[in-house]
Write a protein that binds this ligand. Structure first.
Ligand SMILES: Cc1cc2nc3c(=O)[nH]c(=O)nc-3n(C[C@H](O)[C@H](O)[C@H](O)COP(=O)(O)OP(=O)(O)OC[C@H]3O[C@@H](n4cnc5c(N)ncnc54)[C@H](O)[C@@H]3O)c2cc1C
Length: 436
C-alpha cells in the first residue's frame, strides 16, 4: 500500500465512487472492508494517521461488556460476545484470551459475581473464551499477588479478549486495501458537494501534506468520524441537531510491579458506578478508565488531573502497594462518541449500542458502538447504504473474512507474533540488512 499510488487511483477515478467513507478509525475502516468486499467502489479519507482518534486509545479489550449484563442488556452482550468470537477467529495473531480476576471483599460478592459471570460465559455459547469459576483466597493471590490482602475473601475468574488496538487498525486497513478499497490518510474532508435537490453527492477535501484539493463524487457518503460526527454533519446541514455527547476516558501506564501477573483485575464498582481494569500490557500495567463529559472532541485529548487522581485512588483501594503520581510512566486519553438518547433527533437505530442516522442532507452517519463490534456495525451500515445509494444488492461476506496477517499460531514468531504472517517478511528483511 502506497500513498502516491492511492492518490493516482483517486485522480484517475472519473466516475462517482459507490461509497466515500470519512474517518479512518475502526468504524470507518470496518465500513470500507464491508463495502469493498461486497464489490462496491470505496474511497476512505482520514485527516490524520489511520487510527489517530479513539481507536488507538481504548482499553484494548475484545469483550461482551460485563457491565451491560448488570444493566440487563442481554441482547447487546450476546451480540458483542459473538463479535468477540469472530474477531478471535479472523485475527488470532492480534486477539487473544485473557483471564480476569474479580477480587471479593464482601460476603455477597462471591455468589453475585460467580452467578453473573457464569451467565456471561453461557451467553457466549460456541464463541466462549474459557470457563468462569470462583477462586479461593489463596488461588486469588496466586493469580494476582499484588492485591490488597486485608479483608480479601477470594475472587471470581472469567475470560475475555485482549488486542493491540493500533495494530489491529493497521491490519484492518490493509484488509480493506486488499479487498479493493482506496484509502488516503492526511486528507481532511472540508465540505460537501450537493445535487439540485440539495442532497449530498460528494465530498470536498484537502491533502494536509501538500495542500492539493480533492473533489470526489459518490452515490453515498458515510460519516464515520466518531466524536467529530456532529462537526461533519453540520458542514452538510448547519441546522443538524447534535447527536454526540463526547465523554473522555483515560488510562495510566505503570511498571509491571503493580500487577506481577498474566491475568487482569476487574474492579466491578468504582465510586462513580463504573468498572476499572488493571491489565498486563506489553510488560507494563495499564489501568483505566474514566468517564468524564467534555464539551467538544479534540484529536489530541489530554488526561485531566482529577481523572488521574481518581484512577490512582481507585487502584490504591485494591492494590497492596498503592500507585503514586510519580509511578505513572505514561497516560493517554480518548473520547467516546456516545449517542444522546431522546431529544429531537430521529435515528434509524439498529441496536442500542450503535446508531446509523441519515440527515435530510442525505449524509449517513454511523457512530457509537465499540471496537469489538466494528464488523457488525459495518454490516448494518452497508446494508442501509446499499438501499440509500440504490447499489446493486450484494450480501455481507465479512463473518469469516480473515484479517491481514492471519496466522493460526503466530507465537512461533516470538516478539513479532503480532505481525502475524507479515513476521516472515520482517524477519527476511532483517536478515538481508544483516548480510549487507
Ligand atoms: C477510554 C476508552 C476505552 C475504550 N475501551 C474499549 C474496549 O476496551 N473495547 C472496545 O470494544 N471498545 C472500547 N472503546 C470504544 C472504542 O474505542 C470506540 O468505539 C471506537 O474506537 C470508535 O471508533 P471510530 O472509528 O468511530 O472513531 P475514531 O477512532 O475516533 O475515528 C474517527 C476518525 O475520523 C477522523 N476524522 C474526523 N474528522 C475528519 C474529517 N473532517 N476528515 C477526515 N477524517 C476525519 C479522525 O481523525 C479519526 O481518526 C473505548 C473507548 C474509550 C474512549
Amino acid at each position: 500500500m502506497n500513498r502516491a499510488e492511492m492518490w493516482s487511483r483517486v485522480r484517475g477515478h472519473t466516475k462517482p465512487w459507490d461509497i466515500v467513507v470519512v474517518g479512518g478509525g475502526a468504524t470507518g475502516v470496518g465500513v470500507a472492508i464491508d463495502a469493498a468486499s461486497r464489490g462496491y467502489g470505496v474511497l476512505l479519507l482520514e485527516q490524520s494517521d489511520f487510527g489517530k482518534g479513539t481507536s488507538s486509545r481504548s482499553t484494548k479489550l475484545a469483550h461482551g461488556g460485563v457491565r451491560y449484563l448488570e444493566q440487563g442488556n442481554i441482547g447487546l452482550v450476546m451480540e458483542a460476545l459473538k463479535e468477540r468470537g469472530l474477531l478471535l477467529q479472523n485475527a488470532p495473531h492480534i486477539v487473544h484470551d485473557l483471564a480476569f480476576v474479580v477480587p471479593n471483599y464482601d460476603w455477597w460478592e462471591a455468589p453475585f459475581y460467580g452467578l453473573g459471570l457464569k451467565l456471561y460465559e453461557l451467553l457466549a455459547g460456541k464463541y466462549g473464551f474459557g470457563k468462569s469459576r470462583l477462586l479461593s483466597r489463596e488461588e486469588t493471590l496466586k493469580r494476582i499477588p499484588t492485591l490488597k490482602t486485608d479483608g480479601l475473601r477470594g475472587g471470581a475468574i472469567y475470560y475475555d479478549g485482549q488486542f493491540d488496538d493500533a495494530r489491529l487498525l493497521i491490519h484492518i486497513m490493509f484488509t480493506a486495501f486488499e479487498q479493493g478499497a482506496t484509502l488516503l490518510n492526511y486528507v481532511e474532508v472540508t465540505g460537501f458537494t450537493k445535487d439540485t435537490q440539495d442532497f449530498v453527492n460528494g465530498v470536498l477535501a484537502r491533502d494536509t501534506e501538500t495542500g492539493e484539493e480533492l473533489r470526489a463524487s459518490a452515490k453515498v457518503v458515510i460519516n464515520a468520524t466518531g466524536a467529530f460526527s456532529d462537526r461533519l454533519r453540520q458542514k452538510a446541514l448547519p441546522a443538524a441537531v447534535p447527536m454526540i455527547k463526547p465523554s473522555q476516558g483515560i488510562h495510566l501506564v505503570f511498571g509491571p510491579e503493580f500487577l506481577q501477573a498474566d491475568s487482569a483485575v476487574l474492579v466491578p464498582h468504582t465510586s462513580d458506578g463504573r468498572v476499572l481494569f488493571a491489565i498486563p500490557w506489553h510488560g507494563h500495567t495499564l489501568v483505566g478508565t474514566t468517564d468524564t463529559p467534555v464539551a467538544d472532541a479534540e484529536l489530541e485529548p489530554v488526561a485531566m488531573e482529577q481523572e488521574i487522581q481518581f484512577v490512582l485512588a481507585t487502584a490504591g483501594q485494591y492494590l497492596e502497594k498503592a500507585p503514586r503520581r510519580d509511578d505513572v510512566l505514561s497516560e493517554f486519553a480518548g473520547i467516546r462518541p456516545l449517542v444522546r438518547s431522546g431529544g429531537s433527533i430521529a435515528t434509524a437505530a439498529l441496536s442500542r449500542d450503535h446508531v446509523i442516522h441519515i440527515d435530510t442532507s442525505g449524509l449517513m452517519t454511523i457512530t457509537g458502538g465499540k471496537w469489538t463490534t466494528y464488523r457488525h456495525m459495518a454490516e448494518d451500515c452497508i446494508d442501509q447504504a446499499a438501499t440509500l445509494g440504490q447499489l446493486t444488492d450484494a450480501p455481507c461476506v465479512t463473518h469469516h473474512l480473515k484479517i491481514h496477517g492471519f496466522c493460526v499460531d503466530a507465537r512461533q514468531f516470538g516478539d513479532l507474533a503480532i505481525y502475524g504472517s507479515d513476521a516472515v517478511s520482517c524477519i527476511r528483511r532483517f536478515h538481508i540488512q544483516q548480510l549487507r
